[in-house]
Design a protein around this ligand. Structure first.
Ligand code: PGA
Length: 251
């Protein structure tokens, strides 16, 4: 079956990047021209670089996104940034519930649901992350964990425009390890089923990204798996050549 879903390759820069990193974005923008017909590209730098990156990427095929948001639009929340502020800075999307937010900041499924709703309120696409730990996989809990995270963190009313789901096994993030294509197919097939059950026809259009140690050398194999609609890339997204090399899986 031919999928109507346009692939998306998103880079999560995490807490990396300086004003001078604009030069790396410029390289991404140059390389993106040859890929734009086949794949959507998104770069999520730290908040300090958002507006500069958005200005540079304006009119290019590369969208700019953020890594987290607060649930309130504004107020006395020292150190936090609202979804509306991200939008104002030029973001089009925000990552919600990355495993590093879940583990280092104790974010619960309920918190993430509220953040996804905040993203929608501001007109941003929410990229909601789910994924099991190594211990959970060993205990054969992967599907149960992913189901709990999906059910708890996805709000009602999702559409292909508002929501992207990223399956990121925690043990695969930054480790150089990846699940087998068969394991990825099992989880992505399950996520697709849940999205269909929850959102009907809209669930078929929602993109499901794979994340965790994606690099140019494994992107082709991972992106070819059924229901994998792109990648959420950490480490390899910091270098234009590697990021574009991953997106080139869709050339
Ligand atoms: P990685 O990170 O590509 O460095 O494994 C992925 C992620 O955390 O989104």
């Amino acid at each position: 079956m031919v999928s109507a879903r346009r692939p998306l390759v998103a880079g999560n820069w995490k807490m990396n990047g300086w004003q001078r990193s604009t030069a790396e974005l410029a390289k991404i923008l140059t390389g993106a021209r040859a890929l734009a017909a086949k794949v959507d590209l998104l770069v999520c730098p730290p908040a300090t670089l958002l507006s500069g990156f958005a200005a540079l990427a304006s009119g290019s095929p590369v969208a700019i996104g953020a890594q987290d948001c607060h649930v309130e639009p504004a107020g006395a929340f020292t150190g936090d940034i609202s979804a509306e502020m991200l939008k104002d800075a030029g973001a089009e999307a925000v990552i919600v519930g990355h495993s590093e937010r879940r583990s280092h900041h104790g974010e619960t499924n309920g918190d993430l649901r509220a953040k996804a709703l905040a993203a929608w309120r501001a007109g941003l696409t929410a990229i909601v992350c789910v994924g099991e730990t190594g211990a959970e996989r060993e205990a054969a809990q992967t599907i149960a964990v992913v189901q709990r995270q999906l059910d708890g963190s996805l709000p009602d009313g999702a559409t292909a425009q508002r929501l992207v789901v990223a399956y990121e096994p925690v043990w695969a993030i930054g480790s150089g390890l990846t699940p087998t294509p068969t394991d990825v197919a099992e989880v992505h097939g399950f996520v697709r089923e849940r999205l269909g059950a929850r959102y009907g026809a809209a669930g078929q259009g929602i993109r499901i990204l794979y994340g965790g140690s994606v690099k140019p050398s494994n992107a082709g194999e991972l992106m070819a798996v059924a229901n994998v609609d792109g990648a959420l890339v950490g480490g390899a997204s910091l270098k234009a050549e590697e990021f574009l090399g991953i997106a080139a899986a869709y050339r």
